[in-house]
Design a protein around this ligand. Sequence first.
Ligand SMILES: Cc1cc2nc3c(=O)[nH]c(=O)nc-3n(C[C@H](O)[C@H](O)[C@H](O)COP(=O)(O)OP(=O)(O)OC[C@H]3O[C@@H](n4cnc5c(N)ncnc54)[C@H](O)[C@@H]3O)c2cc1C
Length: 405
Amino acid sequence: MDLQSGKLYWPTTMVNPPSYPKLEEDISCDVLIIGAGSSGAQCANFLSDQGLSVVIVDKRKTGEGSTSTNTALIQYAGEKSFVSLSHSFGEKVAARHLKLCEEAINEIERACQKLPIDPDFTRRDSLYYASYQADVSALKDEHALLQKHGFKVDLWDKQHISEVYPFQKEAALYYHDDAEMNPLKYVYGLLEKVKAQGVMIFENTEITGKRFEKDYAIFYTKERREIRAKHVIIAAGYEDADFKVERNATLSSSYAVITKPINDFSSWYKRTLIWETARPYVYMRTTADNRVIIGGMDKDTAYAETRDSKIRASKNKLIEEFNKLFTDIQVEPEYYLGAFYGGTHDGLPVIGQYESYPHCYIIMAYGDNGTVYNSVLANIVSEKILKGSSPDMEIYLQSRPTVFQ
Ligand SMILES: Cc1cc2nc3c(=O)[nH]c(=O)nc-3n(C[C@H](O)[C@H](O)[C@H](O)COP(=O)(O)OP(=O)(O)OC[C@H]3O[C@@H](n4cnc5c(N)ncnc54)[C@H](O)[C@@H]3O)c2cc1C
């Protein structure tokens, strides 16, 4: 799959990225992980910390999947509101999901502190503003439900917003303790850490075949090398569909622009993450080297040519949207991209466990908070492998009951 196009920013922040060999022999392990993006790297981290023998393979150079275009706003609140998830799954399940996401942010922060490469993890609050007057009452309902479940979030009115930001909005939710980071450094940091713990990492190693036996699976590389494993985690990102098509999964296109560094952020209150109630929405954050990342303008296409034909127009539109909010900050685009972007119909990420794939777990961390979902799912799958069960597995299994079914 042609995952993305454009001029990417994160690779420029890694001067000498680590590299790994291609698999040239047959091997065996406790757990084979297919995909060295943030899903695979986080699984490897959990499992190797517990002493399992782990092999990771990636068909590209590591980190060249969607992880290299991830704009890395690290939040627990997603595109589907708590209210909406409660309607689909019940309040208890929706609340548990959000709590797991909130805890995953803490987990990512703890992991970052132990990595040999600093991923610039920084705590940031988030402003989620009403794009239209009609959205205000939904924000009020969302706030009441979040408060009921103990989340740290405030409801701001028009006056409060205009006191601290240079723009006017009717209302907003102000979430405390979200975060931002450099997703590529995070993945390389995790890979280097687990490599030092004995994990074997192979890049330019594509999985093209499989065979299942009673107690193990054998996966074959394009060059017919064999990897025998007791458990297999398929963490191939939006290319999971090359292994198994999941009908809850969706694929669309998204865009982002990264500006040249800015001298003065004094009008940008606490350098918050900012997004809005409109769908598709526009979002923005700042970076460790004082750039602005503006993203969104999602388009409902899964054709690379159609996606790419809209990159330049989307770049201009994203800058225009930023200028509407911050008239005093002059931004000049330096990097820009269009990329495929996965979601699910029902709004929750998916762990796929299929009869046709014994010994395997397919991680589909699809949705706007993919990095946080990766961490939640990696934790659950690792717990299942290590202990035989995980109490939260049912929430995410593809077989869960959903309104979509
Ligand atoms: C434009 C954009 C903006 C985003 N912004 C955010 C954000 O702000 N916050 C957030 O949390 N998330 C965001 N996301 C989502 C986030 O990027 C993804 O959820 C995350 O990167 C997915 O990681 P992954 O490891 O599952 O997939 P990937 O990073 O794509 O890794 C999968 C790997 O599997 C490998 N692979 C595939 N098939 C095979 C095979 N047959 N054999 C071997 N290897 C294989 C690929 O080469 C790839 O490296 C964004 C995504 C996009 C596209």
